[in-house]
Design a protein around this ligand. Sequence first.
Ligand SMILES: CC(C)(COP(=O)(O)OP(=O)(O)OC[C@H]1O[C@@H](n2cnc3c(N)ncnc32)[C@H](O)[C@@H]1OP(=O)(O)O)[C@@H](O)C(=O)NCCC(=O)NCCS
Length: 201
Amino acid sequence: MTLTITTPRITLRVATLDDIDAIQAAKEAMWPILQKWMAWSSNDQASRDATQAYVLSAIDKAKNNDFYLHGFCKDTGKFIMATGINATDEGPSIFTTGYWVAKGFQGQGYATEGTLACIYCTFSLFKAKKMTINYYADNMASKRVIEKLGFTYLRTNKGAHTSFLDGTIMDVHQYEMTDPSVLPPLDVTWQYTPDETAHAP
Ligand SMILES: CC(C)(COP(=O)(O)OP(=O)(O)OC[C@H]1O[C@@H](n2cnc3c(N)ncnc32)[C@H](O)[C@@H]1OP(=O)(O)O)[C@@H](O)C(=O)NCCC(=O)NCCS
């Protein structure tokens, strides 16, 4: 099962063992920020071993159309961002996404471009009925990305997340998209090779 998504600046794909050092370096460069805002960023996720386990798990999950994707610069191959087209327990045609962008690449539209590409792919290739996303507390950059992508605000769950950085109790703001016609335009293509032994999305 392989999926490669291409945008004007980014190649998005499942990471390999060769990518671990680049992902780990980017993680370490912004670890406190990731611990503040990311759902997966518990202390035991900081190490290189944890990154390796994550990459191995992502390779495995891709076999069932649960794609943890990493974005690399088309020109230089440098690691730019993590995003995804991720399965949910809400049903086979409902996916979720999220993102983080490496330090030197922020503020240049990469989160929007990479995640937009994933959403196009989710609705067109995987025939999704819905995609969801959320952000915590006052993460205004993330809120802005979600709004630029065209998600619809659903609800706020008061105090539903505890920050791994300092234990702050945070509100979780939930959004969804059911109609991809709201998406801003993007030049995006994908190559997908299904695994006949896996479950259909
Ligand atoms: C959130 C994050 C992914 C954004 O990545 P990015 O590549 O810089 O995002 P983009 O450049 O596509 O868009 C960012 C938008 O937020 C805006 N923005 C940035 N900081 C902001 C702030 N403090 N308040 C309001 N808007 C802000 C930018 O101006 C831009 O909007 P614009 O295009 O209208 O000017 C990045 O900051 C990050 O990795 N943060 C840490 C991890 C994280 O918070 N992930 C999200 C978890 S829900």
